[in-house]
Design a protein around this ligand. Structure first.
Ligand SMILES: Cc1ncc(COP(=O)(O)O)c(C=O)c1O
Length: 376
């Protein structure tokens, strides 16, 4: 074995010993309480047919895009789609990226320059952290949703300042205090960036839009791999921001553009979202049912959340694994979220609710959780 391979093996063994080794598992037939398919679009037969029809109505479209957008990979279809999505979310312009990870990486790494400041909520997604790291800007994090902590960092900021939050936090399911954050960032002349990955869908156009605050946000990231049931992402903002990203966002510049089929999937998913009232009501009802029927207590608290992401804190990796195994044995796909993915002492199960979960499935979920918690 080479010394490089030995090094890899040592690092892997360290993970195994710490009980945090990651491995890929094939899909299963358990009831889905863990995916991001909040409105059931990924499994929608209607959407599949719509995409097929759109694909077939463009017989000259290519299988692949053949290059980056700046070379051979652009199309009028892609540009029209960007404009259509921007209009849906009530922004001036939008630029497609191949994933939400790429969108945050491209946006944050290119925007802030040396001497500027990026301030991130401490629970922000890894893609935003990585984007900020790749910039040459000063970086601070503020205590989750704490306006005092945010204000302290704003006071210390230099140059152009960008504040980055998620509207619905991916690991906790709670909402950012968007109105307060908009007010405070404006007061300090900072620019707000909102990642709406987990809010679009439940809030049709995103939480910021629901609150009528989209005009006061510098940029928004919307991902297509969650409620929209596809993959990819868009950065929404001004026309100038779009022009800037086309020139400076490296994940956009140096990557092959999405294929026609991919663009058609996104376009048809938006059409479905525009008429998804029933799915959204079903999802809201399922969230309300879960919150009403699940037991929790101070030993096993339920995190405050009105979103599709509901978390019960088990406080250590072993108990989180045990309850997840119990739920899986009952036929329910619920995964534990362990440290170090979340802070030690906040290990949890993260339950994702969907529009398509039935009352029987929800009852089984709540009963199994309640029996586990009440037996301890
Ligand atoms: C808040 C948030 N932003 C960005 C991403 C990355 O999006 P994608 O999966 O499209 O790369 C995720 C994905 O988990 C996310 O939860």
């Amino acid at each position: 074995m080479t010394s490089a391979s030995e090094h890899l093996k040592i690092k892997i063994d360290e993970r195994k010993e710490a009980g945090i080794y990651r491995s890929l598992k094939p899909g299963n037939s358990l009831v889905d309480f863990c995916s991001n398919d909040y409105l059931g679009f990924a499994r929608s037969a209607v959407l599949k047919e719509d995409v097929k029809a759109e694909f077939n109505s463009h017989p000259l479209s290519l299988n692949g895009s053949t290059g980056s957008r700046l070379l051979s990979g652009n199309s009028q279809y892609a540009e029209d789609l960007e404009q259509e999505i921007a209009a849906f979310h009530e922004f001036e312009a939008g630029l497609l990226f191949n994933s939400g990870y790429d969108a945050n990486l491209g946006l944050l790494s290119s925007l802030a320059q040396r001497g500027d400041t990026i301030i991130l909520d401490e629970l922000i997604h890894a893609s935003a952290i990585d984007g900020a790291r790749l910039s040459n800007a000063n970086r601070y994090s503020f205590k989750h949703n704490s306006m005092e902590s945010l204000e302290a960092k704003l006071k210390a900021s230099k140059g152009n300042c960008y504040v980055v939050v998620e509207s619905i936090y991916s690991m906790d399911g709670d909402s950012a205090l968007i109105k307060d954050i908009v007010d405070i960032t404006e007061r300090y002349g900072a620019h707000l960036i909102v990642d709406e990955a987990h809010a679009v869908g439940l809030f049709k156009k995103g939480l910021t839009n629901q609150l009528g605050l989209q005009n006061r946000v510098f940029a928004t990231v919307v991902t297509f791999g969650k409620a929209l049931g596809s993959h990819g992402a868009i950065v929404l903002g001004s026309k100038v921001l779009k022009q800037y990203l086309i020139n400076f966002a490296r994940p956009f510049i140096y990557s092959t553009a999405p294929s026609f089929h991919h663009l058609a999937s996104i376009k048809m998913a938006y059409r479905l979202l525009n008429n998804a009232e029933e799915e959204i009501i079903n999802l809201k009802n399922n969230i309300a049912y879960f919150k009403k029927h699940v037991d929790f207590n101070s030993d096993y608290p339920l995190l405050q959340s009105d979103s599709a992401i509901q978390c019960i804190i088990l406080k250590n990796n072993d108990t989180a694994r045990l309850i997840a195994n119990t739920l899986q044995s009952a036929g329910l796909d619920v995964r534990p979220i362990l440290s170090p993915t979340v802070a030690a002492g906040t290990e949890r199960i993260r339950i994702c609710l969907h529009s398509f979960n039935t009352l029987n499935e929800l009852a089984l979920l709540c009963n199994t959780v309640n029996n586990f918690i009440n037996a301890r």
